[in-house]
Design a binder for this molecule. Sequence first.
Ligand SMILES: *Cc1c(COP(=O)(O)O)cnc(C)c1O
Length: 387
Amino acid sequence: MSEWRIPLSDLSYGVEEEEAVLRVVRSRWLSMGPEVQAFEQEFAGLLGVRHAVAVSSGTAALHLAYLALGLHAGDEIIQPAINFVAAANMALAIGAVPVFADIAGLTEPTIDPAEIERLIGPLTRAVVVMHYGGYFCRMAEIKTLCDRHGLFLIEDACHAVGAAYRDSQLRSPHGKMAGTLGDIACFSFFSNKNLAVGEGGMVVTDRDDLAERLRRLRSHGMTTLTWDRHRGHAASYDVLLHGYNYRLDELRAALGRVQLAKLTDGNARRRLLAAEYRRQLESIPGVQVVFPGQEANSACHLEVMLAPEARLRDAIRARLAEEKIQTSLHYPLIPDFTAFTQTGSGKAGHWSRSHEFSQRAITLPLYPTMTTEQVGQVCDAVRRAIG
Ligand SMILES: *Cc1c(COP(=O)(O)O)cnc(C)c1O
């Protein structure tokens, strides 16, 4: 697998994960049983939120969040132009229109509250924010805006599992966790996320009515689960709405519980490595990092630097690849993707900051089992590539 000397990310997996899978295999119950229930409860407990609903992916989580909120065809959903494409794709899946907003700045690549305000129109129903790299959006400002205009606030918290803002009231109330700041929030447990099970996700909310709709929509709109009927709690079922099969299986839920127990330590390790990255990268002429000095408030999912100039970016990445250091780009601009230019969705926007960001950003390796020596090797390689 690894031709890379330092890969972009790596699993923090050990014997506990092996034992968890074995436990499920031996239990002979494979989907939507005690492991899923326990995973949901433990996840809700970590966030301090009333409901956590486990689903099959982060994309499914976003789809169900839109549906549970009653968003539908023709609604406009304001969201960042710099994001993974899932939130925009799922808007189109329900017939809604993703309206793309620029980022706040090159070193703050999260949605700009002023841009949200500019884009709000009569058809706007919701705002999606994405805590880029695990760093909070300007939540206090955005929440006020959504309240004032009667808009739903959805957190795409796929990068930010376990992030808590520690320092001030500027972005979110002190100590509140990412995923607890809007009406509903979505998480992904894809292989390269801070909490990884392969494929999986979670929707969280404090609202009882949303949680009930989420649970129904997750499993065909049915009133009861196989597990309830297995335990003799229900003889039959009704179908109350047109749902999906977005269930999570027991194997992945069991992996999720082990990964959840490791999350706090894993994120702390990521913060330490991120602080070391920043110390070294900031001494390289022309190089900037995103959210400088903010690691303490982040889940540190990604370590992202800006090349001094757009024209140097690909050369730096190529040079790192030669040294067997894997890099990535988070993200190309969504409204520039072929499928999005052709639908014409997204309205006439000017995403000048997002454009420049997507031309200068480089994602560097970061994962809890990485060593500080490896961070030094990556930074040395960047220094050589530029110098
Ligand atoms: C990973 C990710 C998703 C999609 O999650 P999947 O589990 O891959 O469907 C959505 N948004 C963001 C920001 C992500 O990082």
